[in-house]
Design a protein around this ligand. Structure first.
Ligand code: HEC
Ligand code: HEC
Ligand code: HEC
Ligand code: HEC
Ligand code: HEC
Length: 199
């Protein structure tokens, strides 16, 4: 009986079964992580869905995603520049907090959510330059009330994408030019190298 199970496991269909079992365990684990990661209480209930649907661009509030190492989150000046012109600002309960911050001239300290530890080197620039959308990594923010990460931002997540992206490149190398192949392999080595993200 045990031998039969073992034979089943090593046959191609058996392997698929094992893969499916492993994947469902993995997604269960991921679900566990997901449900324990509720968005934190922010000083103001800033709604991404409302603002993104109004047509305000991500980069208007997070300009650093193109420029510097970090995107930054907006200060009260940015909110107030717009909100002082909106009647609802002075009547809405949700906005009373913003008005108070402005009156006290106190900086709003947002709770970070999209963050990797200090020993990891991440910059937006090469990612945006490679044509990745904000949504690829941050999810469909236009449907989020309070921002939360769509996945855990761990090493496996970084490496999976780096591997996939370079695999596409290697496979799409049009005329098998050995010089291009070499460059693509160098790129892959770089993107998988410990020193690229840890130094
Ligand atoms: C390749 C994935 C990826 C893409 C694409 C991406 N981000 Fe990020 N983003 C991250 C990661 C990872 C962090 C955490 C960085 C850290 O802790 O240093 C982050 C952090 C942030 C933060 C938190 C504040 C900060 O600067 O650390 C904001 C805001 C942000 N991203 C906005 C954006 C916007 C806007 C875009 C599109 C222009 C974008 N991101 C595209 C992965 C991505
Ligand atoms: C480009 C203009 C603009 C900017 C910048 C802006 N908002 Fe808004 N915000 C709006 C508009 C327009 C509404 C919708 C008002 C309505 O429903 O009539 C809104 C709605 C809101 C609401 C929901 C109010 C309610 O009662 O439903 C909150 C809270 C809010 N904004 C907070 C902020 C904060 C905090 C900032 C800064 C991080 C900010 N806004 C930046 C234009 C802006
Ligand atoms: C009107 C301003 C505004 C716009 C437009 C906006 N955001 Fe934000 N964003 C904020 C504020 C304020 C915070 C901090 C509060 C929070 O995390 O909910 C924030 C937080 C974030 C964070 C987490 C930052 C951290 O410190 O962990 C990410 C990621 C992010 N935004 C991505 C986006 C993306 C992607 C878009 C476009 C689809 C976008 N935002 C559009 C104001 C804005
Ligand atoms: C969705 C895909 C994706 C994810 C997720 C992703 N990356 Fe990247 N990363 C890329 C691409 C594409 C490039 C640009 C490759 C190129 O230059 O052609 C890149 C480039 C980089 C570079 C620059 C390498 C160089 O050439 O110097 C660093 C550093 C980096 N990523 C770190 C990270 C870290 C850290 C994470 C996770 C927190 C991460 N990336 C997550 C796709 C991704
Ligand atoms: C593309 C970016 C990237 C590359 C390449 C990378 N790492 Fe990481 N690493 C991360 C991120 C992001 C974290 C933090 C999140 C986590 O703990 O998974 C991390 C965390 C770690 C940690 C701490 C784990 C923990 O449990 O806190 C160690 C150790 C580590 N990496 C070692 C390595 C080694 C060794 C290599 C080369 C084989 C490597 N990393 C390559 C992105 C990367």
């Amino acid at each position: 009986m045990i031998k039969r199970i073992f034979e089943g496991l090593i046959s191609p269909m058996g392997r698929v079964g094992v893969l499916i079992a492993a994947l469902s365990l993995f997604s269960l684990a991921a679900y566990g992580i997901y449900t324990t990661q509720q968005p934190p209480d922010q000083p103001i209930e800033f709604r991404h869905d409302v603002h993104v649907k109004l047509g305000v661009q991500c980069l208007y509030c997070h300009p650093g995603a193109l420029r510097g190492p970090s995107s930054g989150v907006p200060t009260q000046n940015k909110c107030w520049g717009c909100h002082q012109q909106i009647e609802k600002t002075f009547t809405s309960e949700r906005l009373a907090v913003l008005v108070e911050y402005v009156e006290r001239n106190e900086p709003i300290v947002w709770v970070p959510v999209a963050q990797v530890p200090d020993f990891v080197h991440f910059t937006h620039r090469p990612h945006v330059a490679a044509g990745l959308n904000c949504e690829t990594c941050h999810g469909d923010v236009s449907e989020m009330e309070i921002y939360e990460n769509p996945q855990v931002l761990n090493m496996g997540w970084c490496l999976t994408c780096h591997k996939e992206r370079t695999e596409d490149n290697v496979q799409n190398n049009p005329n098998d030019d050995p010089h291009i192949s070499e460059l693509l392999h160098e790129k892959r080595t770089k993107l998988m190298d410990c020193g690229t993200c840890h130094y």
